[in-house]
Design a protein around this ligand. Structure first.
Ligand code: SAJ
Length: 424
């Protein structure tokens, strides 16, 4: 019988990992607390966000279950549950702690527990380890092993997948590290880097995503400055990107959404603050990126003031609810903040997203555009990138706020329709 592993949490991180491990001849016990998810998984076809995944947990003696007792038969238990922040951006470790409380009573000697969920440095040793020890009566390092391998799933990316993305691994001791590294090297065709401590592994994910948030904030600030200077920031960034070294292009937009970038920096901000350090730069970057929905709405207000059109009774259409192009995922999407602010100002709103029809107010692009004066493109879905001035003018649209700078600006500038980009 092949080695058995358990994966706790079968969402956008755990499910692809379960399918991959199953394909690599591990017997996978998928554990989740959602009965509907367990049912659909055990119906053979693995559906992830409407996209069929190859692989079939059932035929390779793998299966999904609600029952945590099933982890007893595994040599490795991998925790892939969400790590959200609350409305005050304070990290919420409840899902992880609950998963550990459900695992611990069935923890066996010589098992390896791996945490893939994003956490700040110190969580594995200071929070996870005590829960597992207290509720199992076992000792970490002596009886069981604990490692951390931060997830790097990139939703919607068909090239970089769980099978070919390099990973980092840290553990509380060398034996646990060796076990974890051997597992990932047995299923992933990419570098598996050994970190010196588990804290280093926890810090890697926070750092890589904070890096991205800061760089996005940099170009968002440039965009607001260059709007005043009449300089096209996108052209300038593309010019800077011709430098073959020491420059990595990021692009301004109406906000930063998703399950990682707008959230992960708060883990470090919160943890560092509790240890006496204030991350001024991370905080400033979050403030700039969180301001971009307001900046986008201000463009609508200023356009209508220039045209001496009242806000009351004016309809604005928001195109795109997902947080990034051509995916359904709308977690932390700036579109919702834009819609909220428009509503507060008294606008009539319609929204349309082909990947989120059930959350759109209009069930078609045409219906969304009826009687609309201003269109905001909040997500660069393929369907929206091909919008032309003629098409929008046909609905009586007067202006388009290109929240993702994804339209053909030249074409719009040569039309009767007002084009306003973010930084161009
Ligand atoms: N965004 C910008 N400007 C940019 C890049 C992104 O405004 O130049 C916005 C997007 O519109 C979106 C948000 O930021 O609203 C996040 O975009 P993202 O491309 O970073 O997408 P994510 O959240 O799926 O980020 C993931 C991350 N992967 C993991 O955490 C494992 C991130 O580390 C990757 O860099 C990113 O994918 C990627 O490269 O696509």
């Amino acid at each position: 019988m092949n080695e058995t592993i358990s994966i706790v949490g079968l969402g956008y991180v755990g499910l692809p990992l379960a399918v991959l491990a199953s394909r690599k001849n591990y017997r996978v016990v998928g554990i989740d607390t959602d009965p509907k998810k367990i049912l659909s998984l055990n119906k053979k076809l693995l559906l992830l966000k409407g996209k069929k995944l190859s692989g079939d947990l059932k035929t390779s003696h793998s299966f999904a279950s609600l029952d945590f007792r099933n982890i007893k038969q595994s040599s490795i238990i991998i925790i892939c549950v969400p790590t959200p922040v609350d409305e005050n951006f304070v990290p919420n470790l409840e899902p992880i702690c609950n998963a550990c409380k459900l695992i611990a009573p069935f923890l066996q000697k010589s098992q390896l527990v791996i945490l893939e969920s994003t956490v700040n440095p110190g969580v594995s040793e200071d929070i996870i380890k005590p829960i597992l020890e207290e509720l199992s009566g076992l000792k970490c390092g002596r009886d069981f092993y604990l490692a951390h391998c931060p997830e790097r799933i990139n939703l919607g990316d068909n090239y970089w997948t769980v099978e070919n993305i390099a990973r980092v691994v840290g553990a509380t001791d060398d034996e646990g590290l060796a076990k974890a590294v051997n597992f990932y090297r047995s299923i992933i065709d990419a570098e598996i880097k050994e970190m010196n401590t588990i804290k280093e592994a926890e810090a890697v994910k926070i750092v890589e995503n904070s890096f991205r948030d800061i760089n996005i904030a940099f170009v968002n600030e440039l965009a607001m400055s260059f709007d005043n200077l009449g300089i096209d920031v996108v052209n300038v960034i593309n010019g800077a990107a011709t430098k073959p070294f020491a420059f990595m292009p990021h692009y301004p937009g109406c906000g930063v959404g998703g399950h990682c970038i707008p959230i992960d920096p708060y883990y470090l901000i919160d943890h560092a603050k509790k240890n006496g350090f204030t991350h001024d730069l991370l905080i400033a970057a979050r403030k700039i990126n969180n301001y971009m929905p307001s900046y986008t709405v201000e463009k609508v207000i200023r356009f209508l003031e220039n045209e001496e059109i009242n806000v009351e009774g004016t309809k604005v259409t928001v195109l795109g609810l997902s947080y990034k192009p051509d995916v359904e995922d709308d977690r932390e999407s700036p579109s919702y903040e834009i819609i909220e602010q428009l509503k507060k100002r008294g606008f009539m709103i319609s929204s349309f997203d082909p990947f989120n029809i059930h959350k759109s107010t209009a069930k078609s692009l045409q219906k969304a555009l009826l009687n609309t004066k201003v269109v905001i493109v909040a997500t660069a879905h393929g369907e929206f990138k091909s919008l032309t001035p003629e098409y929008l003018l046909g609905f009586g649209v007067m202006a388009v706020i290109d929240g993702r700078n994804c339209l053909n600006k030249l074409e719009f500038d040569n039309s009767d329709l007002k084009y306003l980009g973010i930084g161009r």
